[in-house]
Write a protein that binds this ligand. Structure first.
Ligand code: SF4
Ligand code: SF4
Length: 370
């Protein structure tokens, strides 16, 4: 939609419920943040009431805490351990199977993506992460058919981020906190005596969906309230660096002494890559029945921190933690510019939160400067 067509509406929780129902009636599988196992998880949901109402997160280096308030809020958490990537590029899926039939084999197709998905509460940084995945998986003859199908009918309901954590740095990567495009609908939640949301329509698909819902245009004061929250959110983010300078520093310093310092702390556990919304390394594995009658090929997420990942005939290319951490950070923050025209980092901070020893990539980058 062109900028001149952008209208903003004041909507209530009940209005969002109607949008949820409208998506369900159009056969979308709604997927959104729920509370499970003490964390905000992204799950398929059948009812709007399943959304993680009133939950807030407290994040720090290697720290994740969830608390609940009676404030009726819907999107006041920051980002949980999961990203929506798991629905576009699942952690594990069957590619194909083959079963012996007399003289030959019958080959069956593997898992198929859900037909239509609607992502609820997706943050701006993650929309940018999906755009990066698009560049990786939708490239001409090398396109990933599964991803392509999953992406085709995706409906995105974004939520402006008004409560960034101490680990967020999307202002540096210029990927948030306000969603700017890439969504069908977007809301900014305003916590007030009676909470409300400022809704923006971002696509024809979004417009069509809300056509039958009576929307009340937002007043200038209401729009200003939402804008103030987003501006305050930007100010709250204290981690700052220049991604282009970081890319240069990393590429020029493969032998910097600081890599040894990080390697002393890093456990090579791969958590940082598994929570990252843009990491996409994978491996395939074959499972064959002992009778030899049936075999399956599976694709699963892998990580450059795993020893086997760089194994080629004769040994591992990156046998040390130092070489793996250096590969991860240099590739993500520097090499990606050459491959995908952008950094591989969108500043979500998940790798900082979920690193068991609290390694903070922004601090490691700054240390390389000296
Ligand atoms: S590298 Fe870390 S901060 Fe950057 S996108 Fe990945 S998880 Fe988020
Ligand atoms: S940086 Fe942290 S999360 Fe990543 S592999 Fe090392 S210890 Fe694990």
């Amino acid at each position: 939609m062109s900028k001149s067509e952008v209208h903003k509406y004041r909507v209530s929780t009940e209005d969002l419920q109607q949008i949820f129902k409208a998506l369900s009636s159009k056969d979308y599988q709604n997927i959104g943040p729920i509370q499970r196992d003490g964390a905000i998880m992204l799950e398929k949901i059948q009812s709007f009431d399943q959304l993680a109402a009133g939950f807030h997160e407290d994040l720090d280096k290697g720290v994740y805490r969830l608390s609940q308030k009676n404030d009726g809020s819907l999107f006041q958490y920051t980002v949980g351990p999961q990203s929506f990537k798991k629905y576009l590029y699942p952690p594990r899926r069957k590619l194909w199977a083959a079963t012996k039939t007399g003289n030959g084999f019958n080959v069956e197709e593997g898992d198929q993506p859900p037909a239509k998905m609607a992502f609820w509460g997706i943050r701006s940084c993650e929309i940018r992460a999906i755009e990066i995945l698009d560049r990786i998986f939708l490239r001409g003859e090398f396109s990933n058919k599964w991803y392509e199908k999953a992406r085709q009918d995706l409906f995105i309901v974004a939520a402006g981020c008004t409560k960034p954590s101490g680990n967020c740095f999307c202002t540096s990567t210029q990927t948030g906190p306000a969603p700017k495009g890439g969504f069908d609908l977007s809301v900014v939640e305003v916590i007030d005596k009676k909470n409300y949301f400022i809704l923006e329509i971002g696509s024809e698909k979004g417009q069509k969906l809300v056509n039958k819902i009576k929307l009340q245009p937002a007043s200038p004061a209401e729009i200003q309230n939402a804008d103030k929250l987003l501006a305050a959110s930007e100010k709250k983010m204290s981690k700052r660096f220049d991604p282009e300078e970081a890319a240069k520093i990393l590429m020029e310093n493969p032998d910097h002494i600081h890599w040894n310092e990080v390697a002393k702390r890093c456990l090579s556990c791969a958590n940082c890559t598994l929570v990252c919304p843009t990491c996409f390394c994978s491996s395939t594995e074959d499972i064959t029945e002992i009778t030899g009658d049936h075999t399956e090929r599976w694709l699963r997420w892998d990580s450059c921190f795993n020893g086997d990942f760089s194994y080629i005939h004769g040994g591992q290319i990156r046998p040390t933690t130092k070489s793996r951490y250096r590969q991860w950070l240099t590739h993500k923050m520097s090499g990606w510019y050459d491959q995908f025209d952008s950094s591989g980092c969108v500043g979500c901070g998940r790798c900082i939160t979920w690193c068991p020893v609290g390694i903070d990539l922004t601090e490691e980058l700054l240390a390389m400067k000296s």
